[in-house]
Design a protein around this ligand. Structure first.
Ligand SMILES: Nc1ncnc2c1ncn2[C@@H]1O[C@H](COP(=O)(O)OP(=O)(O)OP(=O)(O)O)[C@@H](O)[C@H]1O
Ligand SMILES: [Mg+2]
Length: 269
């Protein structure tokens, strides 16, 4: 079943040119998808639409078979968890604990359940011990972790993640990849970090107002025209391996993760 389906969707902000043009796509339950493209490509806008926070200017958007209308927007919003690109748009309670607990409390869970979920989510997001801290005094990376804990505590059927690894330190980035890897839910991940995208998803959508590519990462890596048009740069180890392959007249598919690169090097020894 499709969790989200867009048909010929166009979107414009007031008094602006169209930010999204003619978007058609469907995301299946449990599917993991990366959304990439240059600054201003419309990634955050598309995630806001999928989250039921914006309405299409033209076209149709369905979430779990429900057509998005103002009347159903609330139901739609409960089905998806949205991580905003800027954590300041997300965090608003006086303490970290209250912020992470806000969603679960609104879901009508018992106090014991709320406490359990919040503790587990904070542990996973690496902010155990931050319960009484004041969110707006945290660093950007810490705020991001609070926002992520808030999402994990709600455990919605689908996650929409806008630049989840931006501003995280290398360990935080690795922890987040591991958390996302372990989730049962599907997610759409907007990112400029292709390494993270490769690790977590097979399907990638390249956006530049319109969808200029929707398919498998392997196909994207070999599509120089799309990579160039969307200002996408493969990770440095991948570019190094490709140059080495060509310089030594070897033949292999460019690796997309460090593990794949190592395996290829060992094979080529
Ligand atoms: N509130 C707004 N009002 C008017 N125009 C906006 C608004 N928000 C975004 N835009 C414009 O819409 C376009 C798409 O912006 P969006 O934030 O979706 O891009 P993005 O792909 O997420 O970029 P980035 O990689 O920088 O996060 C841009 O041209 C942007 O200037
Ligand atoms: Mg954005």
């Amino acid at each position: 079943m499709d969790v989200v389906k867009l048909q010929d969707v166009w979107y414009r902000y007031p008094e602006s040119p169209f930010a999204l043009e003619d978007i058609s796509l469907a995301i299946a339950k449990g599917e993991r998808v990366s959304l990439v493209g240059p600054n201003g490509a419309g990634k955050s806008t598309l995630l806001h639409l999928m989250a039921g926070l914006y309405y299409p200017t033209k076209g149709k958007l369905e979430v779990e078979g429900t057509l998005l209308t103002k009347k159903d927007a609330r139901t739609v919003r409960q089905k998806v968890g949205f991580l905003f690109q800027d954590p300041d748009d997300q965090i608003f309670m006086p303490t970290v604990w209250e912020d992470v607990a806000f969603g679960p409390i609104n879901m009508g869970l018992t106090e014991t359940d709320v406490k359990e979920r919040v503790a587990k989510a904070m542990e996973l997001a690496g902010i155990a011990g931050f319960e009484d801290r004041v969110p707006h005094r945290l660093s950007i990376g810490e705020k991001k972790r609070v926002a992520i804990a808030g999402l994990l505590a709600m455990s919605p059927p689908m996650l929409l993640l806008d630049e989840p690894t931006a501003n995280l330190d290398p360990q935080g980035r690795r922890d987040l990849v591991n958390i996302l890897e372990s989730l049962d839910q599907g997610f759409v991940l907007a990112t400029h970090d292709l390494s993270v995208a490769f690790e977590l998803t097979d399907r990638v959508i390249v956006l530049k107002k319109k969808i200029i590519f929707d398919g498998d990462f392997r196909a994207l890596v070999n599509d120089q025209a799309v990579l160039k048009e969307a200002n996408l740069e493969l990770p440095s180890f991948s570019r190094l391996m490709t140059k080495w392959r060509d310089a030594t007249k070897r033949n292999f598919v460019p690796p997309l993760t460090v593990e794949e690169a190592l395996a290829e090097l060992l094979r080529q020894r």
